[in-house]
Design a protein around this ligand. Structure first.
Ligand SMILES: [Zn+2]
Length: 131
């Protein structure tokens, strides 16, 4: 790998710890607004948005790394901001998925694959012990 790109990636690595802190702060703030009722559809749409935004940020980062390789000066703050943005979005996705799992009222039987009530002790279809 060429030196400029290597140097950039080393800097990115050094900021990883700070980014993780920022992400956990964001995760906490997302959990705190729990009083609001979010519908399943809204959550699903939000998850899709977050995944798309992550893809766009990833593309930006790839472009920045490539430009570094070609000798263009890298805006390191912009790069760092994009990295932190992705951390925050992944934290938000984890929160949304946890919310979804908590609200789920059904589970899928591991043996027959049918959807059954999550409080059922035995599968209503095949009789497998679920809990
Ligand atoms: Zn079953």
């Amino acid at each position: 790998m060429d030196e400029r790109a290597k140097e950039l990636l080393e800097k990115v690595k050094l900021t990883a710890e700070a980014a993780a802190d920022a992400a956990s702060q964001v995760a906490g703030s997302v959990t705190k607004r729990g009083g609001r009722v979010v519908t399943k559809t809204k959550r699903t749409l939000k998850l899709m948005d977050l995944n798309n935004e992550i893809e766009l940020a990833m593309r930006d980062i790839g472009r920045m790394v490539y430009l570094t390789h070609t000798g263009t000066e890298t805006d390191e703050e912009a790069l760092q901001a994009r990295l932190e943005e992705i951390d925050a979005k992944y934290a938000e996705i984890a929160d949304l998925k946890a919310e979804q799992a908590a609200l789920r009222t059904t589970v899928v039987c591991p043996v027959c694959g049918k959807t059954v009530d999550k409080n059922d002790i035995y599968c209503r279809v095949c009789g497998e012990k679920l809990q």
